[in-house]
Design a binder for this molecule. Structure first.
Ligand code: G
Ligand code: G
Ligand code: NA
Ligand code: MN
Length: 253
């Protein structure tokens, strides 16, 4: 694949695939959504580091092409998942460069049409950094997605050094609290205080909250007691291939 070989400096057959990590409803621990995460594999079968591959794709601009592939692949795999209710949704990450490429409208529309997937089954994750410059391109895209029925959440929330007051004006439906806070909250009172204040702000602004990186029963209990909406992390499942996900779904129901 030409794109992959560009990214990896010539390793011809680097394979793209998508893994899916479940997101559970905090109350009943049923499956609420799956987050689609890109995977890059060498001909030898080793997985390359996703974050560095995405960063390289972002820097080179290839992310728009890879992103379009990601929409097509994850939407159509998701619409073929068996045994999930039609309330279950698909989360997809958008990088800043993707958001700023005008083709994204058509890429999303075409992939959704092709997979016969309504946009109200989709959740788009964007990072806090996108909002720092308050640019109209970002606001227009997110507004359009929400008008079409999609959900928009801010990923890795709390790491971006932005003030909380700006949240009120943004075209978003929820936040995902960064894993670094969840990881430390049962030992570090400051991390717990941050988590509590994020939940209070989200409640006041009527935003959903997802806790990322929930690994222990103690962390789950804290988040349930604080009325967090959704939980995601290794306690439930690591990201799984579409094939392995079938087992997870069958066990969950
Ligand atoms: O699961 P994990 O190690 O793969 O994710 C590493 C990072 O790569 C995360 O920050 C995740 O949001 C990002 N990422 C994974 N897949 C995609 C994708 O399809 N698009 C974008 N923009 N980022 C992705
Ligand atoms: O930036 P984003 O939140 O999209 O990145 C998700 C990343 O977090 C992926 O690399 C995913 O594999 C990882 N991840 C998801 N759940 C857990 C968890 O419970 N613990 C740890 N350590 N990593 C997790
Ligand atoms: Na994400
Ligand atoms: Mn995240």
């Amino acid at each position: 694949l030409r794109l992959a070989s560009l990214l990896t400096g010539g390793q011809e057959q680097t394979e793209f695939s998508v893994h899916y990590q479940p997101i559970m409803s905090a109350k009943d621990e049923g499956i609420a959504s799956f987050e689609a995460l890109m995977r890059f594999r060498t001909p030898g079968g080793a997985f390359l580091n996703t974050a560095s591959m995405i960063e390289a794709a972002e820097t080179s601009g290839l992310i728009t092409e890879i992103g379009a592939w990601m929409f097509r692949t994850s939407f159509s795999e998701f619409s073929n998942f068996q045994g999930i209710s039609d309330q279950v949704r698909l989360n997809v990450n958008l990088s800043p460069r993707q958001v700023h490429a005008s083709r994204i409208y058509k890429d999303i529309e075409d992939a959704a049409t092709n997979a016969e997937l309504s946009l109200n089954r989709l959740v788009f994750e964007v990072t806090e950094g996108l909002f720092l410059s308050n640019d109209q391109v970002t606001l227009d895209l997110l507004t359009w997605l929400r008008k079409r029925g999609a959900t928009v959440v801010i990923d890795d929330f709390g790491t971006g050094y932005s003030s909380l007051s700006y949240l009120r004006k943004l075209p978003v439906d929820g936040i995902k609290i960064d894993r670094s806070f969840i990881m430390h909250m049962d030992q570090d009172p400051d991390a717990l205080a941050v988590v509590k204040s994020l939940l209070a702000v989200a409640k006041a602004l009527d935003l959903s909250v997802t806790a990322e990186g929930v690994e222990t029963v103690a962390q789950r209990k804290i988040m349930q007691d604080l009325n967090c909406s959704y939980l995601q992390g290794y306690l439930y499942s690591k990201p799984l291939s579409a094939a392995d996900l079938t087992d997870f779904i069958n066990k969950a129901v």
